[in-house]
Structure formats: structure tokens, C-alpha cells
Design a binder for this molecule. Structure first.
Ligand code: FAD
Ligand code: SIN
Length: 525
């Protein structure tokens, strides 16, 4: 079946929905979610959203904090854009009904997290993402110009590659015409033709064995652009959050927000000793790459599986008021955070790299935009400053709409795109082939491509991955398309790109640390 829309939005987190809400003023929008509208990384965000609000904070301080965390790899223009435009985008969120906590005096209650020199994190208790996602969903469900497709899985973006013979008449750089999309309930593959397509497919957490990301985070957008020969950047910069709740076997790992360290919690070894001052004068509030590496080191030296996060010195009622969900969640596991220390360990959390975009959210492929975690804007450089991703997503979604509107006026649908051809394919005999390969990718990435890397580990990871790649491509050629096999292909592509980019970097910088090149180079490699 062929469907036609002015805008095709793939992803229903903060990037996708905020884009859809603005784009709907200019044309018909299709909004796709691979499961339900609310299942996204956005929903799980805890700490909040960074923006300059009150003195003594100012734009320059937020810019400097972002640049320092990014370890010399940020794009200054992108940093300035996000920081300067943040307050306007926060007003939009407020207008859409998002509720941020206020103090008794009626001012916004600001939190502080690692690497921030000021209190500047707007939040809703300790479940800011849920509040944002729910408010956006309420708004989008009432928008007559937006058609919502839940359980619709985008398989491939459409480019000249899908035109066969017609390709020569069209080629002057790659163009995007929409996407092939699998209806997960009927198993039909639809052709969505669009004048403009936005990828807002989120993170890649499920390439790793433990992650804070929900199951939807399989790097689909990045893999689709890679297959379409678009530009992907900075994949070696995978962020590990220092404090995932230590609960082996839980997936996703429950996060203990960094805001709790901003509030006064400190990291301790099992014997109760504080250790962060040994690593950085900012102690437990140093940027994430430094804290995660320090914890990893302490755990390895001592042979421990976790360290402790200690908030017991703070007023119990205040702690419960600020972090009610964390209090409740830990209590379910027998940990009363007002009395007991919390066992934590670093956990895959975020990807700084992704689909390369310019200041307007344009990718290297014509009429294809990207925003949110799947994109690489240059804001985060080699290490993201906490709570800078929700704000980046909404600022770039806004920029993309403004730019894309011009495309709508001058673009026609590409009517030559054929329907998906699955002739000669059949159901895979054994689903276990897919699930087992998935587990193997996660193990390879967690074992060899984690917080501390080496050439030997990376090369071993690449050779193991090559086998999985060949087996999976072979299976894909012969199988009826399913979400499962597509996601496996996608995590393999993402893993390949992370390893490839990591091998290319002959230095340690930000989140990429390798024992073979432990120093940061003066000039970037
Ligand atoms: P997401 O919100 O992940 O949405 C992705 C969407 O894409 C989903 O709707 C999914 O269904 C859809 N999708 C994916 N693939 C396909 C496909 N093939 N076809 C169709 N649809 C598809 N950041 C902060 O700034 N502050 C925080 O406090 C914070 N806390 C966090 C806590 C946790 C536990 C986690 C996991 C992340 C946190 N982050 C935080 C990071 C932040 O939440 C994410 O980077 C951000 O929400 C990403 O938004 P997004 O719109 O790009 O993607
Ligand atoms: C957290 O609440 O610690 C997560 C914040 C983030 O990832 O930006």
C-alpha cells in the first residue's frame, strides 16, 4: 500500500513529536512509532532539561560547561545555538502543558548535575521525561493534521537505490523519498512517500548487554542512513552513565539520576571510603566520562561489581520529596535510600555520535533530516554534558521544521518507487538464530568496546562481528521481513560503526579511552 504525506516523522520521542507538532501547521504529517507512542528514551529521562534561567547563571557559563565536558571536540556554533535558543524552546514546552517543579516562591526549582557550574536543570520530580512525553502525546493526539501510526516499523529509507533503472535520471547526490515501513500487526509492508523525512529514532543502547535504554533503542535510523550511504559521525563516543542501579539481570537498568549527586550524594567504595577526589577535584560532580572511568577503575582494582552512592547524610523528607520514584523503586529492592547506601555501576546510556547534521538538522541526504539522539549535531563533542540531550532534540527539531518548510513547497512525490519485493523469502526456520546473534552482539560490545578499550580488544570485536554480519545478511536475504531481523541487522551496523570509528581514533578523548593511546592529542586525529 502506498501512503503520501508532506512530512514523514520516524520516531515519537521528544524530537519526533515536537517536530510533528510544528510541521503540522504546514502540511500533512505521518508520525511513526515502532511500538506505542510513549515507549521511548524520552519517557525514561529522569534528571531534567538544561537551560539558563536566573542569575548568576548566564549563556557563557552553559556554553563553557558544555565545551569542557565535550573535551575539545564540540562544534562551537552548535553549542551556541542550543544554549541560546534553549529558553525559547522551554517556553514552547510550557505552552504544550509540560509542568516543571517550582519553589515555594514560585520560581523554577533548578537542579545541578555533573559538569554544570550552576544550578540550571529544570525538572519534574525525578521523572521529567515521562512528564514531557505525556504532555506531548496529549497535544499530538488532538492535532488533525497528524496521522499517528503505532507499531509501524521503518525498515529502510527510500533513495535512488530503490528506483532501479530510473536511477540515472535522478542522481545528483542522494535523495530521500520516504520509507518502507512494516505494519507490525498485519505484517504488511507499506510505502510511505514523503516530501520531507525526519529521522528521530533515538539511541543504540541495545547494542550493549546492559543499558539504561528501553528495548526500542536499536539504532535503526543510524543503520538506515549508513546503508543509504549517508554520513555518520563520532560513533566512538558512547556514554556510560556512572550510576545505574546494580541489579544483575534487569533490562533496562534502572537509572539513579545524576541530580542526586548535585543534591549532595557521594560515591563510596564498599568499605565506605570516598574515592572521586583522587580522580578529579570536582569529586562526585565531575563530568560523566571521568566519573564512569573512575568507578570502573575502582571496581577493577578491588574486584568489586559495584560501588555505593550515599545520600544518607541528607534530610530524609527532602530526599523523598525530590526523588520520590527512585525512593520507591529502591525500596522495592529492599534499599531505603534515606538509610542505606545504593549499589551502582556504570552502564551504557547515550550515544554522542550519529547521523551527521548541519545547523538546520539536514543530513548529507537531500530532504532527509535528523534530530535527537540518532543525530550528531556537534553539541556534545566527545562527551555529553548531563541534561543537554532533551534540549538539543527540541532545538534541532525546531530548526529542521523551519528549514523543511521550504522543501515542501518545491518538492513533488516520487511516483516511481516500487513496492517492497519479498519474492522468494520465507519465515526464518528458527527465531533462536536471531535472538542468539543479538545476545552475541551485546556480549561483544560490552566485553571489548566498553569504557576502557585497546586495539587488540577492538580488532577482536570486529572479527567476531564480521561473522555475525555475514550470517545475518544471509538470513535477511532469505527471510520474510520481521522487526526482529531488522533490529539485529541494525545493531550489527551500529556496532560495526562504533568499532570502526574507535579504531580510527589514535588518542584518548572524552568517552573514548584506549590503553594504546592514553593521551589526548593536541590536534584532533
Ligand atoms: P527517543 O525518545 O528514544 O524516541 C525514539 C522513537 O523512535 C521511539 O518512538 C521509537 O519507537 C521510534 N523508533 C525507533 N526506531 C524506529 C523504527 N525503525 N521505526 C519506527 N519508529 C522507530 N537526557 C536529558 O537531557 N536529561 C535527562 O534527564 C535524561 N535522562 C535519561 C534517563 C534515561 C534512563 C535515559 C535512557 C535517557 C536519558 N536522557 C536524558 C537521554 C534522553 O532521554 C534521550 O537522549 C532523548 O530522550 C532522545 O529523544 P529522541 O526523541 O531522540 O528519541
Ligand atoms: C540523569 O538523570 O542522570 C540523566 C541525565 C542525562 O542523561 O542527561
Amino acid at each position: 500500500m502506498v501512503r503520501k504525506f508532506d512530512f514523514l516523522v520516524i520516531g515519537s520521542g521528544i524530537a519526533g513529536i515536537s517536530f510533528a507538532l510544528k510541521a503540522s501547521q504546514y502540511g500533512k504529517v505521518a508520525l511513526l512509532s515502532k511500538t506505542t507512542l510513549d515507549e521511548s528514551n524520552t519517557t525514561y529521562a529522569q534528571g531534567g532539561i538544561a537551560t539558563v534561567m536566573y542569575e548568576p547563571d548566564n549563556f557563557e557559563k552553559h556554553i563553557q560547561d558544555t565545551l569542557i565536558a565535550g573535551d575539545g571536540h564540540c562544534d562551537l556554533a552548535s553549542v551556541e545555538k542550543v544554549v541560546n535558543e534553549a529558553p525559547t524552546q522551554i517556553k514552547e514546552l510550557l505552552g504544550w502543558g509540560v509542568d516543571f517543579d517550582k519553589t515555594e516562591k514560585g520560581l523554577f526549582d533548578l537542579h545541578r548535575e555533573g559538569g554544570h557550574s550552576e544550578f540550571r536543570i529544570l525538572h519534574h520530580k525525578d521523572n521529567t521525561g515521562y512528564e514531557i512525553q505525556q504532555s506531548l502525546i496529549q497535544k499530538v493526539r488532538t492535532d488533525k493534521n497528524i496521522e499517528i501510526f503505532e507499531n509501524f516499523f521503518a525498515i529502510e529509507i527510500l533513495t535512488q537505490h530503490h528506483l532501479g533503472d530510473v536511477v540515472t535520471q535522478h542522481t545528483s547526490g542522494i535523495e530521500c523519498y520516504g520509507a518502507y515501513v512494516l505494519n507490525n500487526q498485519s505484517n504488511h509492508i507499506h510505502t510511505f512517500l514523503a516530501k520531507v523525512t525526519l529521522l528521530a529514532t533515538g539511541g543504540i543502547g541495545n547494542a550493549y548487554a546492559t543499558t539504561t535504554n528501553p528495548a526500542i533503542a536499536t539504532g535503526d535510523g543510524i543503520a538506515m542512513v549508513h546503508r543509504a550511504r549517508g554520513v555518520i559521525k563520532d560513533m566512538e563516543f558512547v556514554q556510560f552513565h556512572p550510576t545505574g542501579l546494580f541489579q544483575p539481570g534487569q533490562r533496562p537498568t534502572y537509572l539513579i539520576t545524576e541530580a542526586i549527586r548535585g543534591y549532595g550524594a557521594v560515591l563510596r567504595c564498599k568499605d565506605g571510603q570516598e574515592f572521586m577526589q583522587k580522580y578529579d577535584k570536582r569529586g562526585s560532580l565531575a563530568p560523566r566520562d571521568i566519573v564512569a572511568r573512575a568507578i570502573d577503575n575502582e571496581m577493577k582494582i578491588r574486584g568489586h561489581e559495584f560501588v555505593y552512592l550515599d545520600v544518607t547524610d541528607k534530610n530524609a523528607e527532602e530526599t523523598k520529596k525530590h526523588f520520590p520514584n527512585i525512593y520507591k523503586k529502591c525500596l522495592e529492592s529492599g534499599i531505603d535510600i534515606t538509610k542505606d547506601m545504593i549499589p551502582v555501576s556504570p552502564i551504557q546510556h547515550y550515544l554522542c555520535g550519529g547521523i551527521a547534521v548541519d545547523l538546520n538538522g539536514r543530513t548529507s541526504i537531500k530532504r532527509l533530516y535528523a534530530a535527537g539522539e540518532c543525530s550528531c549535531t556537534g553539541l556534545h563533542g566527545a562527551n555529553r554534558l548531563a541534561s543537554n540531550s532533551l534540549i538539543e532534540a527540541i532545538v534541532y527539531a525546531d530548526a529542521a521544521v523551519k528549514d523543511a518548510v521550504n522543501e515542501i513547497e518545491r518538492t513533488r512525490f516520487n511516483e516511481f518507487i516500487p513496492n517492497w519485493n519479498d519474492e522468494g523469502t520465507k519465515l526464518p526456520e528458527e527465531m533462536v538464530l536471531i535472538t542468539q546473534s543479538f545476545r552475541e552482539v551485546e556480549q561483544i560490545m560490552s566485553t571489548y568496546v566498553g569504557i576502557v578499550r585497546s586495539n587488540l580488544r577492538l580488532k577482536r570485536a570486529m572479527s567476531r562481528l564480521e561473522i555475525l554480519y555475514r550470517e545475518t545478511e544471509n538470513l535477511f536475504e532469505r527471510s520474510v521481513v520481521s522487526r526482529e531481523i531488522c533490529e539485529l541487522r541494525n545493531v550489527i551496523s551500529v556496532a560495526y560503526l562504533i568499532i570502526k570509528h574507535a579504531l580510527r581514533r589514535k588518542e584518548s578523548r572524552g568517552l573514548h579511552y584506549t590503553i594504546d593511546y592514553p593521551k589526548r592529542m593536541k590536534n584532533e586525529t
